[in-house]
Write a protein of this length. Structure first.
Length: 234
């Protein structure tokens, strides 16, 4: 006997600065949809958590390579709030001295502050280390005077599959130069992707990043997700 199909329920739909964004409930899952494109859901936060873990591990490795002890209280910049898995996981780690999340969709921030996603992120949002910045990440890395030890990007389905055309420039040499600008010496760039991108690896190297590598994240089925890792020269 087949399992009956559950029709997704739209909990909220808004016209944001970059098009329509919606929050749906599909069975026990919450899903974020942007301009009709599925972005993410609450089914499994493993890859989002590993994005943060991989950045911290690469940061410690870079310090070790430079003959230094692990830097105290490193600051992490997370690009994209999403369903909150990366933020929530970072907040459980005492090592991070500061956690800044840049999110350009006001609706997503609202869903976390006092909406259906609040149970996933309430504790992290209450953490004094946490700062939420409502702006476009591309503009932020070009304009901010702040610097960070790690930059974790999870705003697209990968360098080769961006949610909007506005994000494409982030993965070009000019965009990566802006990312490097907000990173401290030997800081780590970690980019989540639904599939490996050898071309992006080459772009990272050509942009001056070193220790470029791609780490696979096993998934239940299909092609593994990956995290592209790179270190800004000291």
């Amino acid at each position: 006997m087949s399992t009956p199909y559950v029709i997704p329920e739209v909990l909220d739909r808004r016209q944001g600065p970059y098009g329509e964004v919606a929050l749906r409930r599909h069975g026990n899952l919450l899903q974020i949809i942007a301009n009709g494109c599925f972005l993410m859901d609450t089914s499994d936060g493993r890859s989002e958590r590993l994005l943060v873990d991989a950045a911290l591990e690469a940061l410690d490795a870079a310090d070790a390579t430079g003959g230094r002890d692990p830097r105290p209280g490193p600051r992490v910049l997370i690009g994209g709030l999403g369903v909150g898995f990366s933020l929530a996981h970072a907040a459980t780690q005492e090592r991070w001295g500061g956690i800044t999340v840049v999110e350009r969709e006001p609706a997503i921030i609202d869903w976390h502050r006092d909406g259906p996603l609040a149970p996933l992120s309430a504790e992290a949002l209450a953490d004094p280390r946490t700062e939420i910045v409502e702006t476009d990440l591309v503009a932020y890395v070009n304009e901010t005077s702040d610097t960070f030890d790690a930059l974790c990007l999870d705003i697209d389905n990968g360098p080769d599959w961006t949610v909007t055309e506005d994000n494409e420039g982030l993965y070009t040499p000019a965009g990566l130069a802006a990312c490097a600008r907000v990173l401290r010496p030997d800081g780590v760039l970690a980019v989540w992707s639904a599939k490996p991108s050898p071309e992006f690896e080459g772009t990272l190297r050509n942009a001056g990043f070193r220790q470029v590598r791609t780490e696979e994240i096993p998934v239940a089925r299909g092609v593994p997700d990956v995290v592209h890792l790179a270190v800004r020269p000291g």
